[in-house]
Each structure stands twice: as C-alpha cells, then as structure tokens.
Design a protein around this ligand. Structure first.
Ligand SMILES: [Zn+2]
Ligand SMILES: [Zn+2]
Length: 348
C-alpha cells in the first residue's frame, strides 16, 4: 500500500557553519516516497546526538544540503512498499545510524557492514528523523522493545548501540577494571550495561562536569574523577567519547599491559593534537597496549543491544524537548547542559 504524498514538517540543515540556531530551520517538505522494499515511519521521537552538531558545523559533512538530520528514530509504520514482508502497518519500529550498506562487499560479507565503502549514515547521507516522517529499507529497521515508552527507547539507537559496540571491542572479562572518559548520552548507558554484563568489574568515570560525575556515581560508578585524575587501580580498558586528543592519550599510562583504548568518536578536534608529541613509547604504548576506533554500527550490534536492553530493562536518563525546540536541544548540547540523553518528541 502506498501512501498518497503530502507535505510534512522537518528540521533541515540549510548551510554548514558554526551552529547559531539559524542554520537548522523548520520547513515544509514532501513526505518521503517509499520504494518497494521500504517502510514509511511516522516519527514519534528522535534522539539528539552530538553528530548533528558535527554535521551542522562541518566536522562530519552531510552528503547533500538541505538535509534532515537525526539517527535515533522511533515511530510507527504508516505505509509499506509492496515487497515488504517483515512488518505491517501499525508496527512500532526504530532505526539507527546505519541506513544501508551494499550487502555484497568483503566487509558486508564478513559482518563488518559498518566498514562498507557504500555505508550510508541516517541523517547524513539520507534524510533522518528530525521530521514527521522517515523512510528506510525494512532490512535496516528494528522492532521496538515494549518494556519502556518510546521516548526512552530513542537513545538506544545510537548512544546505546554504538556504546555497546565500543564495550564489545574492549573484550573485557568480568572483574577487569574499565574506565570511561566523558559521560554524555553514550557512556551513561555503557556504564549501566558494563555493570550488568561484568558485575565484578569496577567502572571508573572521568568527566569535567561535576554534574556528570554526580550522575555517574548515582548510576553505580565505583569512582568519578576529573579528566586527568589517576584511576584507583590500573585499567584493562578505556572507552573515550570526548572530541579531543589529550584525555584518552594521556590516560594510556594507566592501562595495564595488554590494555585497550577504544575511541568512540566520529572525529577529533585539531586544537590539542600537539599533545600526541608528548607520548612516551615505553610508558604509554609498550607491553601490547592497543588503540582502536569505533566506526559506525552494524545491524547485528543494534539487534543484540535491543535484546540486552530489554533483558536488563535499561532506561536512559532523558531530557525531552518538543519538536519545535530542536535548536534549543542542540544549543544545550553544545553548551554541555547534559544529563544523560536528549530526545525530541516529534509527534504523539
Ligand atoms: Zn549518534
Ligand atoms: Zn558493503
């Protein structure tokens, strides 16, 4: 059944430059037209991610302009392409950063869709969820868990699932100490997941903002210090979500032999990269320490993570903004007014 095309309201990135609240504008545009293998989703909520600021300000350039950003989407199916078989109209589904991959390259065939040269990021290479309607191929949509209301589920689609990918890449075993650098939307979920999967592992949080440290302790962190503080014990793994170089690389000295630094960031700012010249090989890298970055996400990561979230009844700390308040939500994110994750309530 194809839905008759009409207009919708959507926030679009009009031009790249410092985010001043004016380069993201609310406008009328046609509802997405769905192809035979696609579903049309009425967006109920969309999580707000730092990547939207990176897109707006040009650190992660969208492929075209104007574009609707947003990649933590939950909603209800209102129309289906004629070859869609997994879903029906009325189903509640979600979508994340992976909008599509080619499915046939060597990366896709080995389960590394996230590294596919044809990877399309939702809200960056195709229109995303800061609009009343959004479309995606059925293969890249996910049935929503039912344990929480939809506003709480939106942050699971990037902050949660990419954080989960980062945690998997640590190959942590229960009892080994984990450090988290930065405590925004992603690491506040990683903390809770790590505590569930590795109940005997101490988790230490390092964040500049005292409110973030307070939240970390309230959510079960064993220690919360400022960035640069030494951890109570050497670490087996560190997950970094900051946009800068010094915090994670400075902390390499606190990794145990064989320890891993996982960088969960789409980009790093140039301003403090000179710090890399201060690295000392023996102190910071020798003894088989590893550094790995997290790029994108696979369908399997999201599937596994949604199951895990349901099993542990994972509930993000959220701040809800109305659809009209999208620029305020991003401004607050930019000003680091953060407590957990921010969510735009698009429609109800
Ligand atoms: Zn994101
Ligand atoms: Zn591919």
């Amino acid at each position: 059944m194809l839905k008759w095309i009409s207009n919708m309201r959507a926030w679009v990135i009009e031009k790249i430059g410092p985010f001043d609240g004016k380069n993201l504008v609310l406008r009328e545009m046609p509802e997405p037209f769905i192809h035979e293998d696609e579903i049309l989703i009425q967006v109920l909520a969309c999580g707000v991610c730092h990547t939207e600021l990176d897109e707006l300000e040009g650190r992660a350039q969208p492929t075209f302009l104007p574009i609707v950003p947003g990649h933590q989407i939950v909603g209800k199916i209102v129309a289906l392409g004629e070859r869609v078989s997994r879903f029906k109209v009325g189903d509640y589904v979600g979508a994340g950063w992976i909008w599509s991959s080619c499915g046939s390259c060597s990366f896709c065939q080995r389960g590394f869709e996230n590294l596919c040269p044809e990877f399309k990021g939702t809200g960056k290479d195709v229109h995303g969820g800061y609009g009343e309607y959004f479309k995606i191929k059925e293969a890249y949509a996910f049935k929503l868990p039912t344990y929480a209301t939809y506003e709480f589920l939106a942050p699971l689609f990037c902050a949660g699932s990419i954080g989960y990918r980062a945690l998997k890449l640590t190959h942590l075993t229960d009892g080994e100490p984990l450090g988290l650098i930065g405590f925004g939307a992603s690491n506040h979920l990683v903390l809770q997941v790590a505590k569930y999967l590795y109940p005997h592992s101490p988790v230490y949080v390092f964040a500049r903002n005292p409110q973030e440290r307070e939240l970390a302790l309230a959510l079960g962190a064993d220690f919360a210090g400022d960035i640069g503080d030494p951890p109570p014990t050497p670490l087996q793994a560190l997950i970094d979500t900051t946009p800068v170089w010094k915090p994670p690389f400075y902390m390499l000295r606190y990794l145990q032999p064989g320890g891993k630094l996982i960088i969960n960031a789409i980009r790093k700012e140039d301003k403090d990269r000179n710090f890399l010249l201060e690295l000392a090989y023996e102190r910071d890298l020798w003894l088989e320490k590893e550094i790995k970055t997290v790029a994108n996400i696979t369908k399997q990561d999201i599937e596994e993570f949604l199951k895990l979230a349901e099993k542990m009844q994972l509930r993000p700390e959220i701040e809800i903004y109305s659809f009209e308040e999208a620029t305020k939500a991003l401004k607050d994110l930019k000003d680091r007014k953060i407590r957990g994750a921010k969510v735009l309530k698009v429609s109800s």
